[in-house]
Design a protein around this ligand. Sequence first.
Ligand SMILES: Nc1nc2c(c(=O)[nH]1)N[C@H]1C(S)=C(S)[C@@H](COP(=O)(O)OP(=O)(O)OC[C@H]3O[C@@H](n4cnc5c(=O)[nH]c(N)nc54)[C@H](O)[C@@H]3O)O[C@H]1N2
Ligand SMILES: Nc1nc2c(c(=O)[nH]1)N[C@H]1C(S)=C(S)[C@@H](COP(=O)(O)OP(=O)(O)OC[C@H]3O[C@@H](n4cnc5c(=O)[nH]c(N)nc54)[C@H](O)[C@@H]3O)O[C@H]1N2
Ligand code: SF4
Ligand SMILES: [Mo]
Length: 679
Amino acid sequence: MNTISHKKTICPLDCPDSCGMIATVVDGRVTKLQGDKEHPYTNGFICRKMRGYPERVYGAHRVLFPQLRVGKKGEGLFRRIDWEEALTILAARLHETCERYGGESILPYCYAGNMGAVNRFAGFPLFHKLGASQLDQTICSATAGAGWASQCGDTSGCPPENAADAELIVAWGINIKVTNVHFWQYVAAARKKGGRLVVIDPYRNETAKAADIHFSVLPGGDSGLALGIMKALLARELYDRDFIAEKTEGFKRLAASLAGENWHDLVRESGISREKMEDLATLLASSRRTFFRIGIGLSRHSRGGMAVRTITSLAACLGLFAGGPGRGILLSAGAFRGEKAKLTWPSLSQKETRTVNMIHLGHALTRLEPPVKALFVYNTNPLSVNPDASTVRRGLLREDLFTVVHEQVLTPTARYADLLLPATTFLENRDIYTAYGHFYLGVSAPVIEPVGEARSNFELFQGLAREMGFTDPPFMQSCEERITDYLENMEGLPEGSDIQEIMDGKLVHSTNSCSDGRVLETRKRRFHFAAEAVAAPPVSCLTTAGEYADPDLLSRFPFRLIIPPHADLLNSTFGERYPGRLGEVLVHPDDAATWGVEDGEKVLLQNHRGTSSRIARVTTETRPGVLVAEGLFWPTGEQGGGINELTSQKPSDMGGGATFHESLVTFAGKAPDVSSLFG
Ligand SMILES: Nc1nc2c(c(=O)[nH]1)N[C@H]1C(S)=C(S)[C@@H](COP(=O)(O)OP(=O)(O)OC[C@H]3O[C@@H](n4cnc5c(=O)[nH]c(N)nc54)[C@H](O)[C@@H]3O)O[C@H]1N2
Ligand SMILES: Nc1nc2c(c(=O)[nH]1)N[C@H]1C(S)=C(S)[C@@H](COP(=O)(O)OP(=O)(O)OC[C@H]3O[C@@H](n4cnc5c(=O)[nH]c(N)nc54)[C@H](O)[C@@H]3O)O[C@H]1N2
Ligand code: SF4
Ligand SMILES: [Mo]
């Protein structure tokens, strides 16, 4: 007789939806994952990526035991060792590296493969103790977060549920149907009542295809667009006077600055005509209930922080921060705030050490002085997700670099490991999850025993610290203790919350929610149109377009390339399902005709940083001059590198985030046909 059970768990992936799930376990093996019907936001549904997760847990790509490299770097050939030997080698190597080159020669590199708060930050205490280089985790939301904070302080977003009563939902730089699928239920509910969906995005993505109106803004053009809309609102005095008077500061400065912006520049930079901007202003002003759902995608530009600043300023002009039914603004929930130090333990460090911006990994591994001698990668796949991947690859090839990778599957990065360690999946470990797209928090317990010899990030680092002889209290904590400690005094937890109940799996909704109009009532009570204390320039305005404004590069590489997520991948996770797949690049028919690109043809995209192959899809879904390559697939070497070989280490305007959607490229081996110019 089989033993069958159904256990609750939470999706750990870096996705705003953080779904509640039910795992079916048969004889100790997970056979099925389904959406939890009792989780109000998940509503019984999960995406197709995660429905297939059990195959990943037991699949051929899984790293099952510790291994030492036997082949050349990058070849992916290893021999099996046991954990005892692995920890002995690792502890000795880290001690030796510290002694010979100093703690800063160790670079930890991690991100959000697992969003659980404990496992995500599990290495920080040990690296503080070792005096290692610190990692500035900028790769995703740092720019958008800095843009938001400069205008709105630490105010939370509005709950997505508000959108169900909206007359107008604006999806601004977010592909809801791909990256935030559960939000669609509120769009559908609003539309049932006559509401409309506006999408602002450079290409006709899945969400734009399903929208009522699509504004095809130029990549990096949102500040131009939002400024134009505000200019039109102000000219006709169509703004929320009461809200502006009661809840904001600096409006006059914004008005004066807007008067100085000229329409010609705003139209050129946004790619949207003045008439369309005025129409959109009228539409927004006439809607009593508007909800802005803002994505992170629009911030991956040289003007990314400014894009968020101008859009939040527009939202403030419309009074959306007042919240209420059908009204609101959501970029990132910010629903719960625990003390991060209880996860990372900076008090363990004995001196200040250098900080490396993670998007500069290529530089750090090839040029940084004093050099990085040991790289410890966990919870991330930098060779696929980091900008300027060819420089990262050069770094990983260094013979004098000792690379440790703790992974679930043999990723492109894992192939370069000197020491490869097996990691558990979320089904095999405990953790606590908040979400950036909704307002619930939950703790999940292991659903199955670890597969093979896998160990969680937490277990790995606790074991390694003890192997290295460290007995400070944080290294002696159990996972339960760390979670309980983190939950104490967490902002957003309802008063009188029973921590034990949460530990046992009770789902909690945040009290930071603004559905009753309290959005600006956290610490900093007002919206600041003029943010001089924290950001320059102080008021929203048109700033430089970075690489897209570089005449030298534009002459050689005339296409703007954006690289948004793919529905079948989560960043680079699940790449193992599509070995060698190139992915597509969307090319407008006019460009295809001029450059002689055929639909279905394999094209080599190229710039001064690298090359990457894609299959051309000729379509009006994109604008002329703009190429769209969805997804971070795992192509093999001969086909050119992954798509991030084309992106740059240049940081955005705020927060040190990446400029993933700002690469100029050309088609290698092709030239434009200009014969029509000569009649
Ligand atoms: N299926 C799937 N879901 C995911 C992910 C995934 O890889 N796959 N990734 C997850 C992660 S880590 C994150 S951070 C989120 C990110 O999800 P989003 O917040 O949605 O951000 P992006 O996906 O980068 O881009 C969203 C949209 O922004 C558009 N865009 C690019 N440049 C501009 C611009 O200048 N202006 C405007 N208006 N739009 C622009 C892109 O074309 C894209 O359609 O999604 C998460 N969810
Ligand atoms: N061109 C371009 N590049 C991008 C983006 C883009 O839009 N365009 N998006 C960027 C964004 S938003 C982000 S957030 C980053 C994401 O970058 P990453 O955080 O690297 O995300 P993933 O590609 O999902 O890789 C996570 C890896 O962690 C592993 N993993 C999962 N759980 C665990 C665990 O518990 N322990 C250990 N040790 N490993 C685990 C997974 O197997 C997976 O290989 O990529 C960025 N890169
Ligand atoms: S990836 Fe997102 S939508 Fe899919 S199950 Fe996880 S949280 Fe839900
Ligand atoms: Mo992200």
